[in-house]
Write a protein that binds this ligand. Structure first.
Ligand SMILES: O=C(O)C(=O)C[C@H](O)C(=O)CO
Ligand SMILES: [Zn+2]
Length: 301
């Protein structure tokens, strides 16, 4: 039985789609709205806004959220290659028949083959996969030290070319200060000017040694939703990811390799109890990275 069919998750039980056990590897998440989240307990907030169980070795796992129909997932191939399946929930055909995909490797060397094109990916390389009826295959060079691919996908209205972006080709923004514990570097590999995409914008942020805050001051962006996937966090450390409306903040304590989903109405920022990095990804109405509204700290309650 697939590990995701074992989860006792009340959101999953609400799913109206009957999935036969042998094909279950597309979880569903249904987000609470901007009123309901206010009275939810931590466990309910997690059910609604956190994707756990990513980076399962030897598995390709995917969660379809109702937030802009974004999909969050991972592939950690060992000896066997892992491939996208066809899903009734996505209308059938190839996984990418009507979707684009962003991939970032946080593990050792591996490759992604899209149709007949093979892209070798080192750690922190990014790949854009355009829409089309192509098979997509994930492989590790060495199963003893596998590649660990993090994936995000959104609906796509047209087909743009696949493109590999090496870490040193990403746009780089250094910001924050030591004094305010938010010194960090934003790497933007999948963004306009580097890659053409329908709606996906994706990259990662590395927090400088001694700093703990990401995205501070926090912000919202009403025209896009965003997913944060935290990685390189020690097993016993946590990132406290803040979400909600500025007048009713909620903290989600996240472990390494968990993702927080932010609907467009939710502000977001986080603080770690140790070193960490995170992959952010956005989908929605425009791709302007700076189209965001900063929330003054005094407004946080
Ligand atoms: O640390 C930061 O600041 C970020 O990485 C911000 C994210 O990229 C983001 O939330 C973009 O909307
Ligand atoms: Zn944001």
């Amino acid at each position: 039985m697939h590990k995701h069919s074992r989860k006792s998750n009340f959101i999953q039980k609400q799913s109206y789609i009957q999935k036969p056990e042998f094909t279950v590897n597309l979880d569903r998440k249904f987000a609470a709205d901007q009123q309901r989240y206010r009275t939810m307990r931590n466990e309910e907030l997690r059910e609604s806004f956190v994707v756990a169980d990513l980076m399962a070795e030897g598995e390709l796992v995917l969660t379809l959220s109702d937030i802009d129909r974004g999909i969050v997932g991972s592939a950690v191939p060992l000896k066997e290659a892992l491939e996208f399946s066809s899903f009734a929930e996505l209308g059938g055909g190839a996984f990418t028949a009507r979707r684009e995909v962003g991939v970032i490797n946080i593990g050792s060397h591996g490759s992604v083959t899209v149709g007949n094109e093979r892209f070798a990916m080192e750690r922190l390389d990014s790949l854009y996969i355009g829409r089309g009826e192509h098979p997509v295959k994930f492989e590790s060079d060495d199963p003893a030290s596998p590649a660990r691919f993090y994936l995000v996908s959104y609906p796509a209205h047209t087909a743009y070319p696949h493109k590999l972006v090496k870490q040193d080709q990403a746009n780089r923004i250094d910001l924050g200060e030591k004094a305010t514990c938010n010194e960090r570097t934003i790497f933007q590999p999948l963004r306009p000017g580097i890659v053409e995409s329908c709606q996906l914008v994706m990259g990662f942020t590395c927090i400088a040694e001694g700093s703990v805050w990401n995205t501070f001051p926090p912000h919202t962006h009403d025209r896009r939703s965003e997913f944060y996937f935290y990685f390189d966090l020690a097993d016993d450390a946590r990132v406290f990811h803040f979400m909600g409306r500025p007048d009713e903040l909620k903290a989600l304590p996240l472990s390494n390799e968990e993702a927080a989903l932010s609907p467009s109405w939710s502000m977001h920022c986080g603080v770690g109890s140790g070193a960490y990095s995170f992959i952010w990804s956005m989908g929605g109405e425009n791709q302007e990275f700076d189209d965001m509204d900063h929330v003054p700290q005094a407004a946080l309650a």
